[in-house]
Structure formats: C-alpha cells, structure tokens
Design a protein around this ligand. Sequence first.
Ligand code: FCB
Length: 456
Amino acid sequence: MARVSFPEGFQWGTATASYQIEGGVREDGRGESIWDRFSHTPGNVLGGDNGDVACDSYHRLAEDVALLRELRCTSYRFSIAWPRIQPEGKGPILEAGIDYYRRLVDALLACGIRPFPTLYHWDLPQRLEDDGGWPERDTAGRFADYAGAVVGALGDRVADWMIFNEPSVFTSLGYALGVHAPGRRDVDAFLRATHVVNLAQGEACRAMRSEHSGLRIGTAFNTSACEPGGDDEADAAAAERWHALTNVWFVEPALLGRYPDAFVTGLPADRMGIRDGDLERTRADLDFLGINLYNRTLLRHQGEDPNGLHVLPVGPSGGDEGEKTDFGWEVWPNALRDILLRFTRDYDTPVLEVTENGCAYGDGPDERGHVADTRRIRFYEGYLAAVAEAIAAGADVRGYHAWSLLDNFEWAEGFSQRFGLVHVDFATGARTVKASGRWYAQVATENGFEASLERD
Ligand code: FCB
C-alpha cells in the first residue's frame, strides 16, 4: 500500500452554503431570495422541498462548529446570505444578519479553524431579480457595494474570501436552462448575466481591497475535465470550446482582461452587452483560484447551432460502464488531477484551493446508529490521491474542501441527494458523523493516508 501525503500546512476543510443549510429564512429581518421564491413555486424542486428549515444551522451554530472540530477540520468554507445582510439587495446593512456570521467566525477562530466565506452562493435578493437580476448591469454595482460592506464588517477577523460560487452554473442553470432560480429560459439573458457577473467580480474585488489590505481573494469556479467524446479533430476542438465556456469564462476576464474563445462565430459581444472599457473593469487580481470539481464531460462537435457554439455534451451520463454515485455522476478522479494541472499550466502556477469535491450516496444509520458509507471513503481516497499527484507534478494546491459537512438541500433535487460527511435526519435535525467523517478526521490529523486503491 502506498502512502498518500500532503505538504505541511495543507488545509483540510469542508464546504457548505447558506441556503442549503441555514433555514431560519424569516428570521432577524432576512429578505426573500430567488431560491425562496423558486423553491416555493410548485414543480421546481423534487418533492416540493425548500430551504425553510434545511439543516437548521441558523440555530445550531455551536453544534456545527463542534462537528468541524470532531472532523479535525482546519478550514470551513461557508457562504453569506446576501438577503440577511441587505434584505432588498441595497441600502444599509442589517446588524442582526452580520451578527450571525460574526458569531460563526468567532466560534471558528476560537478553535483554530480558518473561516473561509463565499460572498455569493446563489441566494440573490428577490428584489434585485425583480429589477432585472444578473442580466441587468446595475446588479454589478449592487453586488460590489454588498461585498465592500461585508468586508467592512468582518474583514478585521476574516482574511480569506471567495467572491462567487460557480458563476457559470448559476448563470446557465438559472437564466438559460431555467432549472435553478430564478428559472428563466432565455439565452440572451444568460449571455448578459455572464458579462455582468464578470463585471461584478472585478468591481467587488476592488471594493473589498479598499476596505481592508492584506486580504486573500478568490472565486470558487466550477470545473469539469472536458474531453473529446469522439475521434474526430472537430470533437477535440468542441471540447476546448466547452472548457472555455464552462471552466474559464469567469477566470480569463479577471486574470487576463479577455474572454476565451468559446464560439465558432466569435464573441457575441453585442448580445452580451459588452461596452468599451468593460474588459478593464472585469479584471480582478485574484490571489487564488478555487476549484470545484465533481467529474468530467465528454463533448462532440455539433453541426447545427444557432448560438454558434456547436458543442454537444455526450457523456458520461447514460449507458456508460463506469462507476457512478447515487446522483448518477461518474466517479473519475483523474479529472481533478487534470484540471489542477491544466490551471497550473495555463495561468502560470496560480495558488489553487480545492473548494468543493464530493459525492452523493444515500447511506443512512443502521440499527446501531452507524452510517457505513464505505463508497464515500473510496471516492475520497481516489480524488485525494489525484490531488496529491497534481501537487507532485507542480500544482500549488493549498487546501481541500469536501462537499459537504452535512447532508443538505441539494437545489432542484431537494433533500434527495446526500453529500455529507455527517448524516442529517431532516425530520429532527439530528446529526450523525458517518464512517467517512471519521476517516476524513484521521486523514486531516495525519495529513495523509494509506491508499487501499490502485491508481491508473
Ligand atoms: C455544486 C454546488 C454546491 C452543491 C454541489 C453538489 O455545484 O456549488 O452548492 O450543490 O454542487
């Protein structure tokens, strides 16, 4: 058996997001978010579930921090709910809202856990959506004001921040495909939203730095290793275009002041609403790039496409031989190694953090109350070994965050998909550390593990 080990000081963390765990949606003046509206609209979320209570973390702060200690975490990635801070997305900040996060941060610091907040994990104040949402340019300025205000309030105790969570997911699923909040199906709205979010990222970064010096700022980008799903050269080119649109569409405007080549027909600048000088405003001097990765995507060239992308995702869903999680996502650890190395190569060895990686398996407590989720342990073994390989090959990866600390509200899937290292009984809120949680604690303590799996 080979030992898999990590550099000294490597951060071991878990990740969550406000709407997925907090509940308490009507407390202390919190405003309505697009996810409240969307989940309460029949037909949008499996089983009619919503985040009104979720894991009740708004009331179980101390218990959750105790779990992080039990899991021996050194870092906790959580998100701040914009409508708790500015119920309508503008105006003065609500002290009661900030106070919840200040108490959380102080509880983490008291036990030596790095607070690692994300400013936006998808809960836009509904009022801003009513005013046009992310496709509306004004939203960029609103977001920068919010980001500056939060850093003004918490920047004395939090140094490491993420601006966005998965910008390409919330813009595409929310505005083009309509399967996430706010549920719009309008390609032009999506294209404009991507540009406004890029502007917002640059403006927010500057607003944050003007509140505090010495911050380390990044974004958690969703990524997937994009591979050709056929032998044709055109398929390889299609995979590259998909990489451009889904993996680095929010990276290159920040780091390089340009959009990557995703469209055969060229950048749809008019449809995106790009104006003179915008690509200076999208620049953000990010200190690290957050990598969220679950799997890979296979792509083929598509002949007909009115939008000029000409890409058809063909897998790995459906009919594939490979191992899958209960969500149907392929288990493919090399995807994580490949993406870490690609970002290392393409952006001159940036500081990287794995900000999300994990798997949904439905295991629950047996009659003795044990959750024997051995498939999850195997999943993490494979993906962590892939991270170690990337580091050995030159990637500067500083930390890893398992998604998730808790089973929680999995967006359009409601409570049907369990990603936690800790099991949650959604009827009572009771938490039970799974076998994987105990295993993870040991890995964090030893900064490595003995691999029981062979790597290809
Ligand atoms: C990511 C999201 C996160 C969670 C996982 C499973 O795309 O960032 O909130 O739902 O997927």
